[in-house]
Design a protein around this ligand. Structure first.
Ligand SMILES: Cc1cc2nc3c(=O)[nH]c(=O)nc-3n(C[C@H](O)[C@H](O)[C@H](O)COP(=O)(O)OP(=O)(O)OC[C@H]3O[C@@H](n4cnc5c(N)ncnc54)[C@H](O)[C@@H]3O)c2cc1C
Length: 378
């Protein structure tokens, strides 16, 4: 594979990187995608999406996801207080809130990227960005034991949060990076396979169960605190033994996938570029502060950047600093950019109402009545 004349290098083959790669390629540019893992989609990330999101139309040229991505439709979501005496019940009327298989989505994106001419390299870890005169002009990567450098016109970094690669020192990292657990479990006792369930705990944490196909479910947990004060795995294990509802749900469950994860709850970073580099996806907090929606947000931002910067690159042959500034405005002021900020402030308010100062389950129940309407009307 000749790497001369590569216009755009995308680092990271998650949903953000793959969508960006497809979009830049569609503007007629040569695109190389580098993925550090030995396969795509190794870490199973989010699996609940809004199938009506416009980004799917753009990427797949049809409404919603391709039929090959299996799905289950969710009709409602239930949120229990720590005491479980109170709950909010939100109806999801449109039929568009679905649970998917993450790896099938990645496979679809990968097939399109390859079919449309994106060059890919697996086990190709980017070790360092090369900076000169306050610009990112290239990168060093290692593919198996071989080290190489490449100097494209643009680098899109979509490295997520599990990475050794730093962003340039003058870009901020997302705030509030919190531990999470992602489990795929079989044989849970699920009363309604079309209902998402969230169990708030008496510490600022939540455990969720999202039913999947084939008698499986996603079981997840997160603490909304950027500290190692709590051990999430023991919180989950304890809930499985003592929580009045979770005890029953998890009774016969077997875990078939387990990963320690990270979620960025602090909202999107304002400035995510340094010419000639743009950073997108989880790495820049492009994920809804309530937990989900990172798939649609990251894909949309990656694809939109391709439409804007890719066109300029194709027309002008290179990008100017002003083009990056314009692209940043596009991201921040887009419906997704605004929604991410709004999500962040509502989520922060919700956590403060319920957990600041720390409250007993009974006190949380009292606050819940003020709050229930907000959840049900979201
Ligand atoms: C537990 C959990 C539940 C979630 N639930 C939902 C949900 O229900 N719905 C939803 O929409 N979102 C959900 N999300 C969020 C969503 O999964 C993410 O926002 C989204 O997957 C982010 O995609 P990404 O491409 O930015 O990052 P990633 O998917 O993390 O991809 C980054 C890629 O970059 C590669 N990489 C990293 N460093 C390098 C390097 N130096 N060189 C080369 N490659 C590198 C990694 O190997 C990886 O493949 C959830 C997240 C978690 C953790």
């Amino acid at each position: 594979m000749s790497l001369n004349n590569i216009d755009v290098v995308v680092i990271g083959g998650g949903v953000a990187g793959l969508s960006a790669a497809i979009s830049f390629k569609r503007r007629g540019l040569s695109v190389l995608l580098l993925e550090q893992d030995n396969e795509f989609g190794k870490r199973i990330k989010g699996e609940v999406i809004d199938n009506a999101a416009k980004i799917f139309e753009k990427v797949f040229n049809q409404k919603g996801l391709p039929e090959s991505v299996s799905r289950i439709v969710y009709k409602s979501a239930k949120y229990y207080t720590p005491s479980t005496k109170k709950f909010a019940h939100r109806l999801l009327p449109s039929g568009d809130k679905i649970g998917i298989e993450y790896r099938e989505l990645i496979d679809e994106l990968l097939s399109i990227a390859i079919k449309e001419g994106v060059q890919i390299k697996l086990k190709a870890e980017v070790m360092e960005l090369i900076e000169r005169d306050d610009k990112i002009i290239g990168l060093k990567y290692q593919e198996l034991s071989e080290k190489s450098e490449i100097f494209p016109k643009l680098i899109i970094s979509a490295i997520g949060l599990h990475t050794k690669l730093n962003v340039p020192a003058d870009l901020k990292n997302p705030k509030n990076i919190c531990p999470a657990i992602k489990i795929v479990a079989e044989n849970l006792n699920i009363p309604d396979p079309h209902e998402l369930e969230f169990f708030l705990l008496d510490i600022p944490a939540v455990i969720w169960i999202f039913p999947k196909l084939h008698n499986r479910a996603e079981l997840g947990a997160t603490v909304w605190l950027d500290s190692d004060q709590y051990n999430l795995k023991s919180i989950l294990d304890n809930a499985a033994k003592t929580h009045p509802i979770l005890r029953k749900r998890l009774d016969r469950g077997q875990y078939i996938y387990y990963a320690d994860e990270i979620l960025a709850f602090g909202g999107p970073v304002k400035k995510t570029y340094k010419p000639n580099l743009f950073v997108i996806g989880d790495a820049m907090g492009h994920v809804g502060a309530v937990g989900g929606s990172g798939i649609v947000s990251s894909m949309t931002i990656g694809y939109d950047l391709g439409e804007l910067l890719g066109k300029i690159l194709q027309d002008e042959g290179k990008l100017q600093p002003a083009d990056f500034e314009e692209a940043q405005k596009l991201v921040n002021n887009s419906p997704i950019g605004k929604w991410l900020k709004k999500e962040q402030s509502s989520a922060k308010a919700m956590r403060e109402i319920l957990y600041k100062p720390p409250k007993s389950p009974q006190e949380i129940d009292v606050m819940w009545d003020k709050f229930k309407g907000f959840i049900e009307g979201r």
